[in-house]
Ligand binder design. Sequence first.
Ligand code: GDP
Ligand code: ADP
Ligand code: 5GP
Length: 215
Amino acid sequence: MLHTIMNIEAAGTLFVVAAPSGAGKSTLVNALLERESAISLSVSHTTRPPRPGEMYGRHYYFVEREEFEREVAEGVFLEHAEVHGNLYGTSRTTVQGLLAQGRDVLLEIDWQGAEQIRRSKPDCVSVFILPPSRAELERRLRGRGSDAPEVIERRLRNSRGEIAHAHEFDYVLVNDVFDDALADLQAIVRAVRLRSALQWQRHEALIAELLAPGS
Ligand code: GDP
Ligand code: ADP
Ligand code: 5GP
């Protein structure tokens, strides 16, 4: 019994976080990663041009569309999707390598990618982040100052279609007061790590001691 549970739970947990553009997903995820060092963030490939300050290999692997499409054909991606007119994809080998080492991995991807991941990795834990209002979403997108006005308009137009998929996620949180939303996100990660099968594996020696016959 113990052996079976251990085999099933040997790999790390795959977290999937999605949100409409400007909801605060990257800010929340970066703050989470400062607090929970045992999670690795998957760096996606994208055909979107870099924003000022974005670095190759840190924020994204920025590639040409032709290269991206070749990689799709080669099966490089665990999931990929077209979002706001650009292609985005998650590297299969990177994610599977980290999970096999027992690391937790977090994907910051859109709802279409989340749908694909749910199909191939049904054990994943998915979180959707909502903004507190449409006006605040618009204010954050404009206030971030990273996108051209027409890009912002397109992202705002697309936000309804994305939010309509929020119910497909395991958890939904509202990023109103930042520290509250961060505490919610951290609570989700912590609760997942406390699931009994994982704890059974982690505390094998303790459980063996507690169950040992004797005085
Ligand atoms: P953001 O809105 O500031 O995160 O702007 P980006 O241009 O960085 O991302 C646009 C959308 O693409 C967001 O919904 C991201 O979650 C999504 N995205 C980023 N990387 C991936 C990926 O590897 N796969 C998929 N499917 N979506 C991605
Ligand atoms: P996303 O990754 O979802 O597109 P960002 O993380 O880039 O969004 O956040 C969009 C903007 O909103 C950034 O300027 C960020 O600093 C700001 N922001 C994030 N969370 C909050 C919050 N709770 N209150 C106010 N501003 C926020
Ligand atoms: P900027 O992109 O210029 O850093 O921030 C845009 C707006 O989002 C500003 O009003 C800023 O105060 C707010 N903001 C940025 N980061 C955070 C955060 O972590 N928490 C909160 N509560 N507000 C933030």
